[in-house]
Write a protein that binds this ligand. Structure first.
Ligand code: PLP
Length: 495
């Protein structure tokens, strides 16, 4: 039994008390000169009803204690700058530093969102150029950068389909969604006022054309497809699928959150999608750890252009940029100001730094890496759909489960080998899913280390399943009660 795996090493930083627990009365982190004017009390400034009587229990610590405390805490994080972050469906790729430099430039970082268009020509150009890049990448006719995330892009797109159908005097009731779709898809459809009709996948993990033919009736507004789907598989019959939906008067929504599998290789408008969103915080490298800001631009074909969120950034023949609010059919605003401007700047920086060739290379590397991992693990881990994958691969714990070890246990043990876990429990159509997305950022050496770790865990499961069930061993805390932590979080320190 391997008690101490080769890659595992104990944490170098010790456990850390809360900052409140370091407090001692009278200690102070700053030394300010005495005020030259009489101090005003909170009650005098705010009024009695807005000021509180009791002093909140702020920690009393020195500057050095504060700095060390938070610096040590920051080393507890695992992030894309620390090592491979193979979460499937999340695209945790490297965020190049040049993006941060550009986003911090004076003008881009400091212009006020309420400044008039005459004074923000540079920012408007950034927005306009980004929409043109998105249009070229997707093949679509028009793009809005307003939505703040993938899911909001979905909502905007489905609302546009709704508006278009209503305009045609044929609102319809349902939207079809395959069982391999991302979980946000049914949520967006339901929020838009449609009802979801489910489609079963075929044995290859793709839409079953026979099923689609039967389901695509006159009361169906359209089909919402995640491409590649959550099995990491490309819909091989996508042209026929789109033609069939169009023939019955429906529209096709493509969830393009994972365009990093297609950029520079295939354009959704060319294979028949009418509307789609992209996740720039996945495909175009803007940081999105911890649910941080993202953007989900929505791109449409001509038929849906009138319904795009308002305002749109437009370029006049004299070369100036402005905001067009005169859009009577628009679904309206979906976000304040111009969307997540700082995120869009990083997106354009990434696109400009890579160029067309570089973007295509990223796509090819991402797909190659995922296929490499899949083929190097499929003898030890079950591969439920044995198809070439795109940007991610989905294996399962089927064989390990026979020895009582499940995907979550394997993921926990992987931590001991120095890797962030892959995605567990998703997609739902694969029980015990082991979902891995290496992205183009990983080198072959790093992938080989990851593969070696996954293979070592599979061996440990054979030799000593009990041992794996208690992992991780090298972290500060071992198995946490995740359900209680999620349901009854204790967020406040109290003495
Ligand atoms: C990540 C993802 C989403 C959701 O995007 P958010 O920005 O988190 O709202 C939707 N669909 C797919 C396929 C995704 O991978």
């Amino acid at each position: 039994m391997k008690e101490h795996p080769r890659h595992a090493r104990p944490h170098i930083t010790r456990d850390e008390n809360l900052i409140f627990e370091r407090s001692s009365p009278g200690k102070c982190g700053v030394d300010l000169p005495a005020p030259e004017v009489p101090a005003a009390s909170a009650a005098e400034l705010l009024g009695e009803d807005l000021s509180r009587q009791e002093i909140p229990g702020f920690p009393e610590v020195s500057e050095l204690e504060v700095i060390r405390h938070f610096t040590r805490l920051s080393t507890w994080n695992y992030g894309v700058d620390t090592g491979l972050y193979p979460l499937g469906s999340c695209t945790m790729k490297y965020n190049p530093r040049i993006n941060e430099v550009v986003a911090g430039l004076e003008g881009l970082a400091t212009d006020h969102p309420y400044a008039p268009a005459e004074l923000t020509q540079g920012c408007l150009k950034v927005l306009y150029d980004t929409t043109r890049c998105m249009a070229e990448i997707t093949g679509m006719d028009a793009v809005s950068l307003q939505p703040s995330a993938g899911a909001q892009g979905e909502l905007s797109g489905i609302l546009m389909i709704h508006a278009c159908m209503a305009d045609r005097g044929n609102p319809r009731k349902y939207v079809l969604i395959p069982d391999s779709a991302h979980g946000t898809n049914p949520a967006s459809v339901t929020t838009s006022g449609y009802q979801v009709k489910n489609l079963k996948s075929d044995a290859h993990g793709c839409v079953d054309l026979g099923e689609l033919e039967l389901a695509m009736t006159e009361d169906v507004a359209g089909l919402m497809l995640t491409i590649p789907n959550t099995l990491g598989i490309f819909e091989v019959h996508i042209r026929e699928i789109c033609e069939l939906v169009h023939r019955k008067g429906g529209l096709v929504y493509m969830d393009g959150a994972n365009m990093n599998a297609l950029v520079g290789v295939a354009r959704p408008a060319d294979f028949g999608a009418d509307v789609m969103h992209l996740n720039v915080h996945k495909t175009f490298s803007t940081p999105h750890g911890g649910g941080g800001p993202g953007a989900g631009p929505v791109a449409v074909r001509k038929v849906l252009e009138p319904y795009l969120p308002s305002p749109m950034v437009v370029k006049s023949p004299d070369g100036t940029y402005s905001l067009d609010y005169d859009r009577p059919k628009s679904i309206g605003r979906v976000r304040a100001f111009y969307g997540n401007f700082g995120v869009v700047v990083r997106t354009l920086a990434f696109i400009a730094a890579n160029g067309g060739e570089g973007l295509r290379q990223s796509t090819q590397d991402a797909v190659l890496n995922a296929n490499y991992v899949m083929r190097k693990l499929q003898d030890l881990y079950e591969l439920p759909y044995n198809e070439p994958c795109m940007h991610e691969c989905v294996l399962s714990d089927h064989r390990q489960a026979a020895r009582g070890v499940h995907t979550m246990d394997i993921a926990k043990r992987l931590i001991d080998y120095g890797f962030h876990p892959y995605t567990t429990a998703f997609p739902l159509i694969v029980p015990g899913a082991v979902m891995i997305e290496p992205t183009e950022s990983a080198s072959k050496e790093e992938l080989d280390e990851f593969i070696e770790a996954m293979r070592a865990v599979a061996e440990e499961v054979e030799e000593n399943p009990e041992f794996v069930l208690k992992a991780p061993y090298t972290t500060r805390v071992s198995r946490l009660d995740e359900a209680t932590a999620a349901r009854k979080p204790i967020l406040r320190w109290k003495e």
